[in-house]
Design a protein around this ligand. Structure first.
Ligand SMILES: NC(=O)c1ccc[n+]([C@@H]2O[C@H](COP(=O)([O-])OP(=O)(O)OC[C@H]3O[C@@H](n4cnc5c(N)ncnc54)[C@H](O)[C@@H]3O)[C@@H](O)[C@H]2O)c1
Ligand SMILES: [Fe+2]
Length: 372
């Protein structure tokens, strides 16, 4: 039996923040990062909560959140005992919040407080990881990124508002937008894809194709900003149901080892993974056809998609390969055995269209490094 899950409830539109006024919880904890508090974006949330609500803000989440940050957040969570948590931020803040909740539930279970349910609202400020609609959390432990998946971490409400997106730096838009495209492409070609996940993945790809560059060039224009946010959320629902692929497994490993933003790592890797995924050629051709790119044959369709990805990377100022990004080759070579082990263990690897041997992975990693 297969399942397509539609959770959480998604609220969007100009007045979506009004929803916060309806909350009746006495204690609300907000998990975010310092940039969000400095930009006063957190005020958009607190100003909409009831004046009777006691609010605790934990804003110590760093990009690619570590297990130590999650432990620190957990301490505050246990002291404060909120009935509702609001994750406000990019994937890092939402994932950290999920990690805190995951360990809090584990603790409650040990204390026999199994029935304690914390209402969980996720508000993304990047577009994005789609973490507001997924049961995944990616945490960093030393030089390794670990992707956890558990329904306890699925938000109850995903609240989308473009009001948070006006101050996004262009680089963050480029990185996170390419993360969206990686999610939708990997969801579409996943061996676990189904018609529901594929339709959302395809729409997400189309929205990125039509809007990402305009949004990157001018982050104030409302239409493209909103469309990229929709694309992010749709890709999240798609991949939560279909899973991802080795683009993400490799990005998790190199992101943690060489300190590269998640979306940028995905973008650097993307064309080389598309090339290697020959089992999905027909799916890539379908995407090109949908986008109106030259696709008279399957080969032409795949090649058009590859050209689109390469041009998009250039327009967004993304490096062609890890060498161009500035990663030292000796450092890279030394890490190959550890990267191989990371990739094979990663939960994203299972449903990738092509199954690679160790030699295949090494060939691919060298292409990602040298760009040829
Ligand atoms: N849970 C999932 O399903 C999933 C999927 C993909 C990636 N991830 C994880 O998510 C993390 C990356 O998340 P991300 O790409 O959203 O980046 P991020 O949350 O790390 O944010 C990137 C930077 O942008 C800043 N920022 C965020 N919103 C802003 C705004 N509105 N205005 C100005 N600055 C803003 C942040 O302070 C940070 O410095 C990684 O750890 C990655 O592994 C999770
Ligand atoms: Fe991602």
């Amino acid at each position: 039996m297969k399942e397509f899950r539609l959770q959480p409830k998604i609220l969007f539109g100009e007045d979506s923040l009004e929803y916060l006024k309806t909350l009746k919880y006495k204690k609300v904890m907000i998990i975010t990062d310092e940039v969000i508090t400095q930009l006063k974006l957190v005020d958009l949330v607190t100003n909409n909560l009831s004046p009777m609500t006691e609010v605790k803000i934990f804003d110590k989440v760093e990009p690619n959140p570590s297990i130590i940050t999650i432990e620190n957040g957990l301490k505050d969570f246990i002291d404060f005992e909120p009935q509702c948590v609001i994750a406000l931020g990019g994937g890092s803040s939402i994932d950290a919040c999920k990690g805190i909740l995951y360990f809090a539930y584990k603790l409650y279970k040990e204390l026999d407080k199994d029935n304690k349910k914390i209402f969980f609202i996720a508000i993304p400020t990047t577009s994005g990881t789609g973490s507001e609609v997924t049961s995944y959390s990616v945490v960093t432990q030393g030089e390794h990124k670990i992707a956890l998946a558990n329904d306890l971490m699925l938000p109850d409400v995903a609240l989308l508002s473009t009001k948070f997106l006006g101050a996004l730096p262009a680089k963050v838009v480029a990185d996170t937008g390419m993360d969206v495209l990686t999610h939708s492409l990997e969801a579409y070609v996943s061996t676990n894809a189904n018609p529901f996940s594929s339709s959302l993945a395809m729409k997400s790809i189309k929205l990125i194709f039509e809007n990402l560059v305009t949004h990157y060039n001018d982050r104030k224009i409302e239409g493209p900003k909103e469309n990229v946010q929709f694309a992010s959320c749709m890709a999240g629902i798609a991949f939560d149901n279909s899973s991802l692929g080795i683009n993400h497994s490799i990005a998790h490993s190199i992101g943690a080892k060489f300190h590269i933003a998640h979306g940028r790592a995905n973008a650097i890797i993307m064309p080389y993974v598309i090339e290697v995924n020959t089992e999905a050629n027909k799916r890539y051709y379908e995407i090109s056809k949908e986008l109106g790119l030259p696709a008279d044959t399957i080969e032409e369709g795949k090649s058009s998609l590859l050209s689109f990805v390469r041009i998009l990377k250039e327009k967004l100022g993304i490096e062609k390969c890890l060498k161009d990004y500035g990663v030292d080759f000796e450092d890279f070579k030394r890490e190959i055995p550890s990267m191989l082990s990371d990739i094979k263990k990663d939960i994203c690897t299972e449903y990738n269209p092509n199954k690679l041997t160790d030699e295949g992975y090494i060939r691919l990693l060298l292409k990602v490094y040298f760009g040829e």
